[in-house]
Design a protein around this ligand. Structure first.
Ligand code: 13P
Length: 252
């Protein structure tokens, strides 16, 4: 089963709506005619609408970086799946390490947000990753095993059809320190095995697992050459149209 490469930017807390439009207008001609891959941008909530309009006809998917699990309610400052979708989001990044670290996202919350994304018909991109201390103490697989079980709790094989996972070692995010392709492949193979145990062979073979952490135009091709690396989730290098486009066109 072939897994279409998924090359996504995570803009974090960068760019207004107008800046998003300017980025997409600049990327559009550079991406024209590119096939065989999915390009995507996770943008701030306030830029979703304008970005989605600008991205029409480009093939670039626009997504959110978080959602609440309830449909509506007294949750000051939060956005539901339905609201993100109505604004133009077709995917959502869930459980990014910055959300886990600074905003209290837990595996339990990620599982609830994942269920809401599936119910609402948007693609969940669930992030997992170990810290440097956890890696150095030899706990990488123990930590990731617990994270994947907790974050996918309650998900069934039938509901996992659109699921995307992202392995983002915390020590590689924004540090310029990329995992080697061998380190990343080892973890991706482990996560695919865990998917098999949790959701069965089909989910294991069809679910795309992205790598994130200091992905750049000059290292993406080597990472993408590994059998279990199906895409990238890119922070800093996705903020400029030319470097984002180079990443999307990693093999061209
Ligand atoms: P960098 O690409 O800036 O290391 O960020 C990775 C990331 O957090 C993507 O979600």
């Amino acid at each position: 089963m072939s897994r279409t490469p998924f090359l996504a930017g995570n803009w974090k807390m960068y760019k207004t709506g107008a800046e998003a439009v300017a980025f997409i207008e600049a990327a559009k001609p550079l991406l024209a005619g590119t096939s065989g891959r999915q390009a995507a941008l996770g943008v701030p909530f306030t830029a979703i609408g304008e970005a989605a309009t600008a991205a029409q006809g480009t093939g670039i998917l626009i997504g959110a970086q978080n959602v609440h699990w309830e449909k509506e309610g007294a949750f000051t400052g939060e956005i539901s799946v339905g609201m993100a979708k109505a604004a133009g989001a077709s995917f959502v990044i869930l459980g990014h390490s910055e959300r886990r670290q600074y905003f209290g996202d837990t595996d339990e919350w990620v599982a609830k947000k994942l269920a809401a994304a599936v119910d609402g018909g948007i693609v969940p991109v669930v992030c997992l990753g170990e810290s440097l201390a956890q890696r150095e103490s030899g706990d990488t697989f123990k930590v990731l095993g617990a994270q994947i079980r907790g974050s996918l709790a309650g998900l069934t094989a039938e509901r996992a059809a659109a699921l995307i996972l992202a392995y983002e070692p915390v020590w590689a995010i924004g540090t310029g320190k990329t995992a080697t392709k061998e380190q990343a492949q080892e973890v991706h193979a482990f996560l695919r095995g865990e998917l098999g145990t949790l959701l069965g062979d089909r989910a294991a073979s069809e679910t795309r697992i992205l790598y994130g952490g200091s992905v750049k135009p000059d290292n993406v091709k080597a990472l993408m050459g590994e059998p279990d690396i199906d895409g990238a989730l890119v922070g800093g290098a996705a903020l400029k149209p030319d470097s984002f486009v180079q990443i999307v066109k990693f093999d061209l």
